[in-house]
Design a protein. Sequence first.
Length: 358
Amino acid sequence: MDQIKIGAFIAECRKKRGWTQNQLAEQLGLTGKAVSKWETGRSMPDLSLFSSLCSLLEISVNELMAGAYISEEELRSKTDEVLMEVITNWLGQEERERKASGDKSERILKVSNVSKIYETENRKTLAVDDVSFEVQQGSFVGIMGKSGSGKTTLLNLIATIDKPTDGKVDIGGQIITDLSECKRAQFRREHLGFIFQEYNLLDTLTIYENIALALTVKDTLRENRNQIISELAERLAITSVVDRYPYEVSGGQRQRCACARAVAAKPDIILADEPTGALDSHAARQLLDIFVMLCREYGTTILMVTHDVLSASYCDRILFMQDGRIEAALSRGQMSRPDFLTKILEKIVWMEEGGNVF
Ligand code: ADP
Ligand code: MG
């Protein structure tokens, strides 16, 4: 984001409307000094002002962030770029401070000897079998494995949606497996974000209300809530569908809405179960890029179940599950994404051949 360019663009648009800095400031309830600071690139308008500033200057938020008028043809590619900027800008201060004060290599998740047995009438299924692992804050961890290997069960145990038969789950120093049902629900709302392949959204609420849900939980002021949702909706190209119900929009739009909701809540951990499963490759890559950016820039931790090798190659580390156990792990280290993808494929083949037995 080029603050000086944005400042110059604000000045250009303001002059076009024939206003002084003070006249523009007045309409926004600010002093002329604030506008002067933007225009010289010394500061950026607060996100809560974006909408009113843009409508006064008759420009789009995309154009404001790009610091230039954007033609219709360029809009699509610019939108992706600007999405990153806005999330970065908006998550900005608070998260940056948190990151600065926190130890970067802090452990956020510790799973200790966790097992889950499902008992039905005449059958017991050991869905997760004595699993232990740790996850550092800000890392992007993938869980892979064949269908039925226990990935979703493991994720649900961490998500506090399900309770383990045995073992402990510690998230940020809280042993969540010890919490009461009521406390677990509160913990889930305050610290976790969810993205699933399907059933992400409540069908009885509109897209707008679905995103708002995350912010209601965080006690975000009503005016800020509207602001945040319209910004995110515009960035994620779902503005035209915010008043529709989930079953009235496409799968890609539903998933972008789910992403907006997960990001809006600024959770400590995002738990994603096959999030790209129903998306086309463009939408999938866009989502994965957002995930990587959230980890790198803001220390968000992401745990993603996937059976897609391409999606997995975006991760820092992969845990491979088989019959409820973690049978292997791979770290990306300094590897390029294509090299990591090859390594993941090799590991899958090795496991299929029974390599884990030896
Ligand atoms: P994955 O996500 O890797 O496909 P799951 O975690 O969904 O695997 O399932 C692991 C095993 O547990 C499977 O054998 C599945 O049939 C069983 N299972 C999952 N959920 C339940 C349930 N609610 N009741 C009984 N068995 C279940
Ligand atoms: Mg599953």
